[in-house]
Design a protein around this ligand. Structure first.
Ligand SMILES: C[S@@+](CC[C@H](N)C(=O)[O-])C[C@H]1O[C@@H](n2cnc3c(N)ncnc32)[C@H](O)[C@@H]1O
Length: 344
């Protein structure tokens, strides 16, 4: 694919892009401080009343209200504000919430700044980069849940036969690198007999996962615990070991060794179910609007000590360990599910 033709109005275009990122930065401040949610409950409020309802500083909230008004998240009558349609859609609990775009924008800015500073030395600080911004870490799980839970529940779970099979057995599904546990909660909603164990390296994720599972009434079927995917031990062999956007986090330490560990933790006939964003074979595919984010993500993964994987590379690694892989592709091939069975 050739480079885009130069535009005569390039500066205006880039200014509009810069405003887009400012707009989402303003939204981020409102999301993480529950300002959208507080104003939704109040319906109308001046900055001081909004600050009091959200437990925030009145002077900061006054400045935020002006900015949120400028970017169209708030409407104003004199000093009284109410949410616009876009502002209401930024609430994390709004249907099909816009919140992930705001969180992703600020996370991207953080990782870009880290990559810029690390490029000379080549240092790769690892996963901890995500925990360096205290307001971002708690939003990582909700962002991924808002991005992917509906796709899993509506399309992937019904479209990949292993889930019906594990439900029929009343089997154990282990989610390695489970984040806030949304995947096991979504699975539990669809598959009434499945039991789940989620393991993750971040304590913040485990606390959220246990809290959310209990709130949905899954406390007896789902358990979440702190654990390292490189060194996990199960009380009983698993029917399924799922990894969602997590295999690439452990791959650089040795993919084949890791797959042997997965195989050993499965019962005979059990399966690893790997969900990864599919890194394309052809660089030109990254120019497509739906894949540009993947190219940025891979830069961000590099800072964390990871890189994104091609679905065929994952499948070949399972095949090499004698686990027959099957590849399912979703969302125009951007999302890949690899199901690899331990022979019965
Ligand atoms: C991109 S997130 C995906 C989270 C979740 N699976 C989801 O789909 O929302 C990757 C997750 O893997 C976890 N992780 C990375 N390396 C890990 C390790 N060695 N042991 C346990 N968890 C790990 C991170 O803490 C993070 O929650």
């Amino acid at each position: 694919m050739s480079a885009p033709a130069p535009q005569p109005n390039l500066k205006q275009q880039l200014r509009a892009m810069a405003q887009g990122s400012q707009s989402l930065a303003v939204a981020y401040i409102g999301v993480v401080n529950a300002l959208f949610s507080a104003l939704y409950r109040l319906e109308r409020a001046d900055a001081a009343a909004l600050a009091a309802a959200a437990g925030m500083d009145a002077a900061y909230v006054r400045r935020w209200c002006d900015a949120a008004y400028a970017f169209g998240y708030l409407e104003a009558e004199g000093e009284v504000f109410r949410l616009s349609e876009t502002g209401a859609a930024m609430r994390p609990d709004a249907p099909d919430t816009l919140m992930p775009m705001a969180v992703q924008t600020v996370l991207n800015a953080h990782v870009a700044e880290r990559a810029a500073g690390l490029m000379r030395s080549g240092a790769r600080p690892g996963e901890q980069v995500l925990a360096e911004r205290e307001t971002v870490l708690p939003w990582f799980g909700p962002m991924l849940e808002a991005n992917f839970a509906a796709l899993f529940e509506r399309t992937i779970c019904p479209g990949v036969p292993i889930f019906r099979e594990v439900d029929a057995r009343g089997g154990l599904v282990v989610d390695l690198g489970c984040g806030n546990g949304w995947y096991l909660r979504a699975l539990a909603r669809r598959c009434g007999a499945v039991h789940g164990l989620g393991l993750d390296g971040f304590g913040e994720n485990i606390a959220q996962a246990n809290r959310l599972a209990a709130a949905e009434g899954f406390g007896d079927r789902l358990r979440f615990a702190h654990g390292d995917a490189h060194d996990f031990a199960l009380d009983a062999p698993a029917d399924v070991i799922a990894m969602n956007r997590a295999l690439h986090h452990v791959w650089e330490a040795g993919g084949a060794t890791f797959i042997r560990r997965l195989r050993a933790a499965l019962r005979p006939g059990g399966a690893a179910v790997i969900w990864e964003p599919a890194w394309p074979a052809d660089r030109a595919a990254l120019r497509a609007p739906g894949r540009r984010g993947l190219a940025f993500q891979n830069l961000s993964e590099h800072v964390q000590g990871n890189h994104l994987l091609a679905a065929d590379e994952i499948a070949a690694a399972f095949a090499a360990e004698g686990m027959a892989p099957e590849v399912f592709r979703f969302v125009d091939g951007q999302e890949a599910i690899i199901v690899a069975r331990r022979p019965a």
